[in-house]
Each structure stands twice: as C-alpha cells, then as structure tokens.
Ligand binder design. Structure first.
Ligand code: EPU
Length: 416
C-alpha cells in the first residue's frame, strides 16, 4: 500500500491546473448506456474511480478506452444487466448504472451498497423514485433486481436532496413515457453537468441546477460528445493548500462560480482570493481567522470540503464550530489530526476546533477520500515529517496530487 511523506512548512507558490470533476464524469459515463453508438467524453480525470466505472461498463459488454483526458465508450451491445458486488463495494457510484440500465434494457441487477466510512448512505430514494416510474424491485442475495418493461413519467418528491439519486432518476426519465418532475432535487453543479450532457444527447430537460427538474421522455438519444466541468472540490483543496501554507497560487481551468460558498468562507477566514474567468489567484494570510461552518446541499458549504476546511481551522486564531449535516460519520480525520497536535472536540455532528500555533508531523492514516486530502493539507502546514498511510483513498479522487503539489514547491514523495 502506497504512503505519502510530506515535509511541511513550505509556502506553496506557482500555478496549478484543475482536472475534470470526478463526480460529474462518473454519471456522464453511466449515461452512455442510454444510447447505442460511440461516445467521446473529454476532460476526464485519470483516477481510480474513473477506471472502476470504465471496467463496470466493459463488464456490461461495452467498449471502454481511456487515453489522456478522453474516454471513448462503445455501447452498441449491452450483454449483461448486472453490476456485481465487486464493483459496488469498490465504488458506491457504481449504483449510477441502475437508472440507465433499467431505461434501456427494461431490467437490471445491481448489488446493494453496504454502509461506508462516512455514513450509512442508503439508496432508498433511488428505488422509491424508480418505483413511482413503474419499476418493480426484489432483493435477492444482496442484489436489487429491478424490472420495468417501459418506465413512465411521474412526479417524485425527495424528502432529502440526493445527488446520485437525482442523477439516476434524471437518466431513467430521459427515455420514459411522458413527463417526470423531480421535486426537492439536488442542485449540485455535477447534476447540472449531467443534465447538459443528456441535453446534448437529445434529452428534453428543464430546470437542472434548481430543485425542480422537468424531464419529458424522448424515444431515443444520440451518443455523447461532451466535455466535463472542472472539479470544484479539487479547486477548493488547492485554495486551502495556498491558505494553510501562507502561499500564493494561481489556479487555472476552474469554475469559480461553483465554489462560491466555499470562497466566501475562505475570504472571511482572511484568505485573499481574486477570481477572473476560469482562474483564481489565492494568497494565504499570515494569520487565519477562525470561522464556523455547517455543511449543506449546494449552493451551501460542501460536505466534500469539510475535512479540508477543518485542517485549516486547526491553526486558525480562535475557535471554530464545524457542523456536518449531510453524513453522520464524517469526522474520521479528527483523530488523525489530533495525532498532529490539533485541539478538536466532537459532540454529535459538531466539532469544536481550537486553533493551535502549529501542527507537528506524525504518522497518520487516510480513512476516506476527502479525509485523506485534509491530512495532506495538515501535513503541508506541519513542522517535520508527516507520513500518510492508505493513500489509495486519495488516488480515487485527486489526479496526480503529489505531482501537482511538487510543482508548487511542496516537499512530498510517494513511498511505494
Ligand atoms: N440519502 C438517503 N437515501 C438515499 C440517498 C441519499 O437517505 O436514497 C442520504 C445520504 O445518506 C446522505 C444524504 O442523503 O445523508 C445526501 O447523500 P447523497 O445521495 O446526495 O450523496 P451521494 O449521491 O451518495 C454524492 C457524491 C459525494 C458527496 C455527496 C454529497 C458522487 C459520486 N458522490 O454522493 O461525494 O459527498 O454527493 O454532496 O457524486 C466524494 O467525492 O468524496 C463524495 C463522497
């Protein structure tokens, strides 16, 4: 298992380019199931989760080829309707094939995901929505077996906005009979990107990016020729890297609008951020001001930036309250940060972070994707050496993280 070793204390300086968004690329790849033909998707990050999705599509009988930032998928023949446990346990987003397979094949068997490191993460809302559209579900041997000769439009109200749930239903509804209305839908930029990709395939979708999405079913779709949006979480992570090291970074190829809530909070914390088109110039302050946050669905503060923000707050002046309202167990990084000298107390869904003068390098363990990014950030700020174990988590969602940080002057190396 690879480790990352970081010698902290270097002010990062230079330019970095953001990759395509993992959480937009995954559903767009799944959308290729909906239309036969050759699909070309651009600005795809080179990540483990992307490869897993590609292999899953190949398992379904599709052609999958990845070269540089392009993925080519061939979906003329789909020979299997099953998403096996091995894929779903490796990556929960495998469940994104549920809606498209049901729409195109009229039947699918998808392994039911178990709990994960950050929470229980059920998929009851995906199932509820598809049932409303006429699908029937049975559970056997840990697999959900869904059938629907032809899905029909329905009005579906989510009691909680769900990102992949909204995406699954939106994809299924593109080929259903009649109108589907999704109420209290997720508004995340990744949902909007999927909608734009589907519209480019010929789908009739209105309102994506708001909490009310209307999809009029069409009889067929054409293959994808689509470019994925920049990754707002990678963008936020680099903003934090500049802030936590007191450095100065120019971030290229990003979409500042998608990071609005996060950028505003960072400005409140004393970080200087100037946005221009697809660039952000970030200057870390000498003193970081403690700020409270509560994670919320988009456009609120993203749960996927909570751990990284906490890393910054560990060395802020004052106390910060960090409330996680999306997932019930997303504080696994706290115990690791404490090993580096952070002063953090957790009570229920709120962590109180009392800023300390400095962090000290230590051996720590990554527990999930964003937690591992937060430990890299803490390591960049800490005195001495930090060694992060189980970095396969970070490889799922950050493209060439150590190379990009090295280009900014970080002393980071991978131990294989
Ligand atoms: N939920 C239910 N029932 C459902 C679906 C969701 O109760 O059927 C609950 C979840 O348990 C959670 C809340 O609703 O408490 C929101 O979960 P959501 O469904 O929105 O999360 P997700 O679609 O599984 C995506 C991202 C996550 C990101 C969340 C929240 C992808 C592939 N994953 O997950 O990304 O944290 O939205 O924004 O898009 C990551 O990249 O590190 C990551 C975990």
């Amino acid at each position: 298992m690879d480790k990352l070793a970081i010698h902290g204390g270097v002010r990062l300086k230079g330019e970095v380019t953001v990759s395509g968004a993992k959480n937009a690329a995954l559903p767009v790849m799944a959308a290729s199931i909906l239309a036969p033909g050759e699909h070309n998707i651009y600005n795809i990050p080179d990540l483990r989760d992307i490869t897993t999705m590609g292999k899953l599509l190949a398992h379904l009988g599709m052609g999958y080829h990845q070269e540089n930032e392009e993925v080519i998928l061939q979906s003329n023949n789909i020979s299997s309707i099953e998403a096996p446990y091995d894929f779903v346990k490796t990556m929960r987003a495998s469940v994104l094939v549920l809606g498209p397979l049901l729409a195109r094949m009229g039947e699918t068997k998808v392994s039911l995901p178990g709990g994960c490191a950050i929470g229980a993460r059920p998929i009851n809302l995906h199932i509820m929505g598809l049932e409303k559209m006429g699908a029937t579900f049975t559970l056997t041997d840990g697999y959900i077996h869904a059938k629907a000769k032809k899905l029909r439009g329905a009005t579906i109200c989510f009691d909680i906005p769900t990102v992949t749930g909204t995406e699954n239903l939106m994809m299924a509804a593109t080929l259903a009979d009649g109108l589907t209305v999704l109420e209290n839908a997720a508004c995340e930029p990744e949902v909007m990107d999927l909608a734009n990709a589907l519209i480019s395939m010929g789908a009739d979708i209105e309102g994506a990016g708001t909490n009310l999405i209307r999809i009029n079913g069409v009889t067929s779709l054409k293959p994808l020729n689509y470019r994925i949006v920049p990754d707002r979480i990678e963008t936020g992570t680099f903003i934090t890297a500049a802030a936590i090291t007191g450095g100065e970074i120019l971030i290229n190829s990003c979409n500042p609008v998608h990071s609005d809530a996060f950028i505003n909070k960072m400005k409140d914390a004393g970080v200087s951020i100037e946005a221009k088109d697809s660039q952000l110039l970030v200057k870390g302050p000498d003193k970081i001001i403690a700020e409270d946050i509560k994670t919320m669905p988009y456009p609120g503060f993203p749960t996927d930036m909570q751990a990284q923000f906490m890393a910054l707050m560990t060395i802020a002046e004052g106390s910060s309250l960090i409330t996680e309202s999306i997932f019930e167990n997303r504080f696994m990084h706290v115990a690791e940060m404490r090993r580096m000298g952070a002063n953090i107390k957790v009570e229920g869904s709120t962590a109180t972070v009392k800023g300390v003068k400095s962090l000290k390098g230590a051996q720590v363990m990554a527990t999930d994707l964003r937690a591992s990014a937060s430990l890299v950030l803490a390591g960049l700020a800490a005195g001495g050496e930090t060694v992060i174990d189980r970095v396969y988590h970070i490889d799922r969602g950050y493209e060439r993280i150590e190379e990009k940080l090295k280009m900014l002057g970080a002393k980071i190396r991978r131990i294989r």
